[in-house]
Ligand binder design. Structure first.
Ligand SMILES: Cc1cc2nc3c(=O)[nH]c(=O)nc-3n(C[C@H](O)[C@H](O)[C@H](O)COP(=O)(O)OP(=O)(O)OC[C@H]3O[C@@H](n4cnc5c(N)ncnc54)[C@H](O)[C@@H]3O)c2cc1C
Length: 498
C-alpha cells in the first residue's frame, strides 16, 4: 500500500492540522477554518481572494461547515456524526467509514439526519457527503481491478488519509457546457491528461459546479455520464487538493452577501454553499492519487459508481422534506387557517412528499445488499425512484409553502424597522398571529422566505433539481433497472399469452 503520509505532508492535505491527543482523527471548527488558509487560487467577481475564510460571501458558509466539525465533539451529537473504525479502533467521522453492514448504513442515515437538522440541509455537499466517490470505488473494485489491480490500494490509502485528516471533498464531475454537437474529443475544455510523467499525470481543461470546493479541502475528480467517442486520456478518476498549483476556481455570483441580519434571514444569515467553474492549467497529480486512468470500464459506469452519492443526496432531501412538513404546519397554525379543508389538503401534500420519500429511503436501506467487493449498498431502484420523486415534487412543495403563506412573505418587516420605538409597538399590536406574537410570526415568514423565495433558495432548488443527473436521466435509469419480469410473467399466464 502506498504511504503518502510518510513525509508528514500529503499531496491532498494542503495544510495539515496537528493531530489531537484525544480523537486524533477529528478536528475542531477552528482547525477546519485554518486548513482552508492554504493559498488556493479563487476568483470572486474579478478579484483574487487571498483568504476564503475572510471573504464575506464565503465565510458564513465556512462557519456553518465549521460548526459541523464542532458538533463531532459535542456529546449531544458526537455519536451521530462519528464512529469507531473497526480496523484501527479509532474514532473517525462516520462519513469516512466504509459501510459493511446494514447497521453501518443506518449509522449513515442517522448522521445525515443530524447534519440536516444542524444546517437545514442547505449544503448539498456537507462534510458527510464527500467520501462517497472513494467508498464507491471500494464497492465496485471487482469491476475496476480487471484493468487496474493496484486501484484498491490507492483508494484505501486515500480513505485512510481522508479519515485521519477528516477532509471535506467536493465532486468534480461534470463537463462545462459547450456545444453538445461537437465531438467530445474536440471539446477544448474536456479535462484531459496532457502529459504522463514517471511520478504522475499533468491535466488541463475545466469542470462545472464544484460545489463547496472553495469552502472545503479537496476535490474528487470522476467521470460524467458516458458519451460516445471519449478519448482515453480523458478517462480520469483522481483527487486534488483545493490549492493544487495551476488550479483556479471562478466563483459564481453569490446569492447571499454575508451581512444579512439573523432575525431577517434565519437561513441566509448562515451563508451559502459556493459553486464555481474550475480551470485546470497543467495541474500535476501524483500516481498515488490517480485512482483510475484510461480504464474504459470505470469511464462507462457513472450510474453504478454514483450509487452512494445518489443515496446520500436523496436521504438528505428526505430529512429536508420533514422540515418542509413542519414549516407548512407552523404557517397554518400561525395564521389560524388550519381548520380550512383546502388548506389542510395542501399541508397533506407536503406530508405525503415527506412520508413517501422517507419510506423510499427506509426501503433502500432495508433492502441493501453487499456488492461483490463486500460493501453494503442501498437498493438502487428505491434510491432512483426516491430521487426522481424528490426532484419532480420539489417545485410543487416550494409553491405550496408560498401558497400557504399568502401575504406573509411580502408583509415581512425588517428587524431595523421593527426596532424603531415609533413603529415597533404598532406592529406588535397590529400583526399578531394565532397564539403567536407579531414578531415571532414575522420571524417565521422570514424563514419561509429564505426557504422558498430568496436567491439562495432558488440556487438550492436548481441544485436539488440537477445535481448528480436531472430527472430525464433518472427516468431512463429507472426504466433500465426496475424489474418488471415477474409481473409480466404473471400477466402472460393470466391472459393466456404464450
Ligand atoms: C447549483 C448547482 C450545483 C452543481 N454542483 C455540481 C458539483 O458540485 N459537481 C459537479 O460535477 N457538477 C455540479 N453541477 C452540475 C450538474 O451536475 C449538471 O448541471 C447536471 O449533471 C446536468 O448536466 P449539464 O448541466 O451539463 O446539462 P447539459 O448536458 O448541458 O443538458 C441540459 C439539459 O438537457 C437535458 N439532457 C441533456 N442530456 C440528457 C440526457 N442524456 N438524458 C436526459 N436529459 C438530458 C437535461 O434536462 C439537462 O438538464 C451543479 C449544477 C448546479 C445547477
Amino acid at each position: 500500500m502506498p504511504d503518502t503520509e510518510r513525509n508528514g505532508r500529503d499531496y491532498v492535505v494542503s495544510k495539515p492540522v496537528a493531530r489531537r491527543a484525544t480523537d486524533p482523527n477529528l478536528r475542531t471548527g477552528a482547525e477546519f477554518r485554518e486548513s482552508l488558509r492554504d493559498g488556493r487560487h479563487v476568483i470572486a467577481n474579478g478579484r483574487d481572494v487571498a483568504d476564503v475564510t475572510a471573504e464575506p460571501t464565503l465565510s458564513r458558509g465556512i462557519d456553518q461547515v465549521a460548526r459541523y466539525f464542532d458538533a463531532q465533539h459535542d456529546p449531544a451529537t458526537r455519536d451521530l456524526l462519528t464512529t469507531i473504525e473497526p480496523d484501527t479502533g479509532e474514532r473517525i467521522s462516520t462519513a469516512w467509514l466504509v459501510p459493511r453492514s446494514i447497521e453501518d448504513l443506518w449509522r449513515y442515515d442517522a448522521m445525515i439526519k443530524c447534519s440536516t437538522s444542524l444546517s437545514f440541509g442547505v449544503f448539498g455537499r456537507p462534510p458527510d457527503y464527500g467520501p462517497v466517490k472513494a467508498i464507491s470505488f471500494v464497492a465496485w473494485n471487482h469491476l475496476v481491478r480487471k484493468q487496474e489491480p493496484e486501484a484498491l490500494d490507492k483508494i484505501m490509502n486515500f480513505l485512510r488519509v481522508g479519515q485521519r485528516n477528516n477532509l471535506t471533498s467536493a465532486d468534480v464531475i461534470i463537463d462545462v457546457q459547450t456545444d453538445r454537437k461537437t465531438p467530445v474529443a474536440q471539446r477544448a475544455a474536456r479535462l484531459r491528461v496532457v502529459e504522463e510523467r514517471k511520478d504522475g499525470i499533468v491535466i488541463s481543461g475545466a469542470k462545472a459546479g464544484n460545489s463547496v470546493l472553495a469552502q472545503g479541502n479537496i476535490g474528487t475528480i470522476s467521470m460524467p455520464p458516458p458519451v460516445p467517442g471519449m478519448p482515453e486520456e480523458c478517462m480520469i478518476w483522481a483527487a486534488v487538493p483545493a490549492n493544487a498549483p495551476g488550479m483556479t476556481l471562478l466563483l459564481r455570483e453569490a446569492t447571499t452577501n454575508g451581512a444579512e441580519a439573523r432575525e431577517d434571514h434565519p437561513i441566509d444569515a448562515d451563508g451559502e454553499e459556493a459553486d464555481g467553474l474550475l480551470i485546470f492549467d497543467r495541474v500535476f497529480i501524483p500516481w498515488d492519487y490517480v485512482f483510475s486512468y484510461k480504464n474504459k470500464t470505470t469511464a462507462d459506469i457513472y450510474n453504478i459508481l454514483g450509487q452512494f452519492a445518489f443515496w446520500k443526496i436523496a436521504t438528505r432531501l428526505s430529512y429536508r422534506a420533514e422540515i418542509f412538513a413542519g414549516v407548512a404546519q407552523m404557517i397554518v397554525d400561525a395564521l389560524g387557517t388550519d381548520q380550512i379543508p383546502a388548506v389542510r389538503a395542501l399541508v397533506s401534500e407536503v406530508i405525503h412528499y415527506a412520508a413517501t420519500l422517507r419510506g423510499m429511503m427506509t426501503a433502500a436501506v432495508a433492502r441493501a445488499k453487499p456488492t461483490e467487493s463486500g460493501v453494503m449498498l442501498p437498493d438502487h431502484v428505491f434510491v432512483t425512484a426516491g430521487r426522481l420523486h424528490s426532484i419532480e415534487a420539489y417545485p410543487r412543495i416550494m409553491q405550496i409553502l408560498r401558497e400557504l403563506s399568502g401575504q406573509g412573505l411580502i408583509g415581512r418587516v425588517p428587524q431595523a424597522t421593527w426596532d424603531r420605538p415609533d413603529i415597533g409597538p404598532l406592529l406588535d399590536e397590529y400583526l399578531p398571529g394565532h397564539k403567536l406574537d407579531a414578531r415571532d410570526k414575522n420571524r417565521l415568514f422570514n424563514l419561509v422566505w429564505d426557504m422558498s423565495c430568496s436567491p439562495s433558495a432558488m440556487r438550492l432548488a436548481l441544485f436539488e433539481n440537477i445535481n448528480a443527473t436531472p430527472a430525464p436521466a433518472l427516468r431512463e435509469e429507472l426504466y433500465r433497472v426496475y424489474d418488471r419480469g415477474p409481473a409480466m410473467a404473471a400477466i402472460r399466464k393470466r391472459a393466456g399469452i404464450a
